[in-house]
Design a binder for this molecule. Structure first.
Ligand code: NDP
Ligand code: BG6
Length: 491
């Protein structure tokens, strides 16, 4: 059973409290921790945004996601207790505002108490927000700041943000969130790799043919279309979530699980990623955008319709990435993500090489190399595909069967959502689940090269119907190398 580890009392200020992230993820995450008794009584939760709202009006807005329709009576009572602790203060970060003085009064003056500033804001005002926190004397000894992804939209803007934030907060008080690092199955990657002797000896070009990382979503850009249209799949998903997954698969064993030991190994992988050049982009990158179709059983509009105009932004991207180091020389990492895909499915597939010498009679059936499928969501689990003998008389017949670890069947319990876990990790000061400045900047360097390569027109948008597996051209990326995308639903 999961153990509830108590945390110290803390104050948290959510800048951007009326926004999508705060309402959909942060307030509900804090509520769930409250329900589990993990938020000490003398903690404070304060929401800040520009709208002039009373506490009651803010509570009503927060309830939309915090307290869903049909919640039980007991849940309603807990919500009432929780939300009574939540205050709202109106302040404009970009101007002088009486809200800053009110915020100072609302916070515990104890310099050493943990004080968290969560910037659920447009990244363009992260720097200004930190400067204002400093200028209004809110940055105490116990303060830390959480930055949401994406940090900037390229290497240059990320550096500027990091400089501005770094001018107010030391690096060990800056928690750059990538919520994928808070997912249960993502955290399990480290354990799978480094707590099992079995895998490490074959975890390299010697044993592995290639790796596939897929993060497919069935939802479209929806209410976030105006943000998404300025970002696109590469910046929204690959630069952060997918590269972090790639790092966890590809990194060398760290000397310990101490934050900087792990982050240093991830950084080496990011720095070893081969930059994609314009003359290679046509073969290494596929960009797509969804058109109208059937998604999750209902008709779904085209992306352009959601945005309200024609757009060149990609809602799908597939990339062949190569890591130039000894361990991974010649092992492609195929990365793929898209919105309005056939189903929500995030998984990592490690495709092993065939056995070096086949001694089984060809009549026994087809020999298939081992494959490890790490299912991140939904239906979390780990599956190792193996060759076995079909039981029974009549000679040898080969069967390719799974050794299956299903989280739902093995661990009969609910575990906290990524944001719940990450918020508590910030309170504990556990930086290991957050990105260091150099990691973010190295990820942007590689991403910028992809953008530069495709701006030359090397990767024209490929359209795909909503509810499909993405553009047909994405299959070519692998078939050109004699491979194909695997679907965990298939044997
Ligand atoms: P929204 O646009 O929905 O919300 C932005 C919030 O910032 C609003 O509360 C807005 O309130 C406030 N705000 C904007 N300008 C100011 C200002 N000058 N002074 C004070 N408050 C201001 O964005 P999201 O919630 O979707 O995203 C927030 C951040 O989180 C972004 O960096 C995004 O990339 C990131 N993110 C979001 C995810 C999501 O699922 N939504 C997922 C992952 C990351 P008002 O305009 O009333 O002041
Ligand atoms: C966010 C992206 O970071 O991750 C969204 O901005 C995306 O576009 C989301 O939908 C996916 O997260 P999850 O946890 O649902 O896989």
């Amino acid at each position: 059973m999961a153990e509830l580890v108590p945390v110290e009392p803390f104050d948290i200020v959510i800048f951007g409290a009326t926004g999508d992230l705060a309402r959909r993820k942060l307030i509900p995450a804090l509520f769930h921790r409250w329900c589990d008794g993990q938020i000490p009584e003398n903690s404070r939760i304060i929401g800040v945004a520009r709208d002039e709202l009373t506490d009651a009006e803010f509570h009503e807005r927060a309830a939309e996601f915090g307290l869903p329709d049909g919640a039980s009576e007991q849940r309603r009572e807990r919500w009432a207790e929780f939300i009574a602790h939540v205050r709202y203060i109106a302040a404009d970060i970009e101007g002088e505002s009486p809200g800053w003085a009110a915020l100072k009064d609302a916070l515990d003056p104890n310099e050493d108490k943990i004080r968290i500033f969560y910037l659920a804001l447009p990244p363009s005002i992260y720097g200004k927000t930190c400067a204002a926190i400093g200028a209004h004397g809110l940055n105490t000894r116990g303060s830390r700041v959480i930055l949401e992804k994406p940090i900037g939209r390229d290497y240059h803007s990320a550096r500027l943000i990091n400089e501005a934030v770094g001018a107010v907060f030391p690096e060990n008080s800056i928690f750059r969130i990538d919520h994928y690092l808070g997912k249960e199955t993502v955290q399990n990657l480290l354990i799978l790799r480094f707590a099992n002797m079995l895998l490490e000896p074959v975890w390299s070009a010697g044993g592995i043919d290639h790796v596939q990382i897929t993060v497919a979503e069935s939802l479209g850009a929806g209410t976030r279309a105006s943000y998404y249209d300025r970002s696109g799949a590469l910046r929204d998903m690959v630069q952060n979530h997918i590269l972090q997954l790639l790092c966890l698969v590809a990194m060398e064993p760290p000397a310990s699980l101490e934050a900087d030991a792990v982050r240093a190994e991830k950084l080496k992988v990011l720095r070893a990623l081969r930059l994609i050049k314009a003359d290679q982009a046509g073969e290494a990158v596929v960009r797509g955008q969804y058109q109208a179709g059937i998604s999750d059983g209902a008709s779904a509009p085209a992306y352009a319709e959601e945005v309200g105009e024609e757009s060149k932004t990609e809602t799908f991207v597939a990339i062949r990435a190569d890591i130039d180091n000894w361990r991974w020389a010649g092992v492609p990492f195929y990365l793929r993500t898209g919105k309005r895909m056939r189903a929500r499915r995030s998984e990592i597939i490690i495709q092993f090489k065939p056995v070096p010498h086949d001694i089984i009679n060809a009549d026994a059936g087809v020999m298939q190399p081992n494959r490890l499928v790490i299912r991140l969501q939904p239906d979390e689990g780990v599956k190792l595909m193996m060759m076995t003998k079909d039981p029974g008389p009549g000679g040898v017949r080969l069967r390719y069967v799974p050794l299956n670890l299903s989280y739902a069947e093995t661990f009969d319990q609910d575990y906290p959502d990524a944001y719940e876990r990450l918020l508590m990790a910030v309170v504990r000061g556990n930086l290991g689940l957050f990105m260091r400045r150099d990691e973010v900047e190295a990820a942007w360097r590689w991403t910028d090269a992809v953008v530069a390569a495709w701006t030359d027109g090397a990767c024209p948008l490929q359209f795909y119907p909503a509810g499909s597996d993405g553009p047909d051209k994405a299959s070519l990326l692998l078939s050109r190398d004699g491979r194909e995308w695997y679907d965990a639903e298939r044997p």
